[in-house]
Design a protein around this ligand. Structure first.
Ligand code: B12
Length: 214
């Protein structure tokens, strides 16, 4: 039963059919499937497939936009259903997609999961400059600054954040966590970020570990 629903979910994203995607999501929730499983096993494989097809020139921007819109709607719906079972006050996280980058589907999933695990999260959205990120982290009294970058051309902003923090003497005050499809542990180590996570689940584990270290 569930295997079929995951395949249907993947298919709705590949075909860019938002109405069908929402219907599959609602059906999954009604069947009692964990919303995060629906995202991870059903919808994310769909958007990844779209990315591969786009990358190899077998699908074009108008279709990518439709698939992304379907993905945004469905993750919006499912994110609301991710229940928070943990006690609150795990720590404070400011998060954003870096300047020049509008990819925010993955970042938004990370936000939902952090919130569901008791973190107090300030989500600044997408296309956010490093200066603003630091300013807001200061005001929010954040423990962690998280950045998402989906383009090889915008990953540099994560390095710029480390440099700005070091320059202003704030490196010790905030822990930094980086993510996004092209980002790797190797990149995180190279730029001096405190943590990297491959996906939203790992982001929660890493954030908790960072706070234990603090
Ligand atoms: C959807 C999408 C879009 C949508 C974005 C909509 C939105 N609201 O996000 C739209 C259509 C707008 C778009 C536009 C563009 N895109 Co685009 N897009 C994608 C696509 C298909 C999927 C991205 C996605 O949502 N993945 C699903 C989520 C769940 O995964 P994720 O983002 O990796 O997030 C997970 C982890 O990385 C991690 N994570 C994410 N953030 C963070 C943050 C922290 C702190 C942590 C710890 C973890 C973490 O956890 C998440 C959840 O598990 C990718 C292909 C791909 N495979 O990545 C291309 C892709 C990223 N896009 C690409 C390109 C080229 C573009 C455009 C330049 C196209 C164009 N010609 O205009 C523009 C750029 C616009 C801009 N300035 O940003 C290229 C990038 C190539 C490169 N080397 O840089 C890709 C790789 C496609 C390809 N194969 O060529 N895109």
């Amino acid at each position: 039963m569930s295997a079929g629903i995951y395949e249907s979910a993947t298919e709705t994203i590949v075909t860019g059919n938002a109405a069908a995607a929402l219907e599959v999501a609602r059906r999954g929730l009604a069947e009692g499937i964990d919303p995060l499983d629906l995202i991870k096993k059903g919808f994310v494989p769909g958007i990844n497939k779209v990315g591969d097809l786009f990358g190899s020139g077998r699908l074009f921007l108008p279709e990518l936009v439709l698939s992304a819109a379907a993905m945004e709607q469905v993750t919006g719906l499912l994110n609301e259903s991710i229940s928070s079972e943990q006690e609150q006050n795990q720590g404070r996280v400011v998060i954003a997609t870096v300047e020049g980058d509008v990819h925010d589907i993955g970042k938004t999933i990370v936000v939902s999961l952090l919130k569901a695990n008791g973190f107090d999260v300030l989500d600044l959205g997408r296309d956010v400059a490093v200066g603003r990120l630091i300013e807001e982290a200061d005001k929010f009294n954040a423990n962690i600054i998280g950045t998402s970058a989906l383009l090889t051309t915008t990953m540099g902003a994560q390095k710029q954040l480390e440099e700005e923090l070091a320059k202003s003497g704030l490196k010790g005050r905030f822990k930094t966590m980086v993510g996004g499809a092209p980002v790797t542990q190797r990149w995180a180590t190279r730029i001096g970020a405190d943590a990297f996570a491959e996906d939203a689940g790992e982001a929660v584990t890493r954030a908790k570990a960072l706070l234990d270290m603090a």
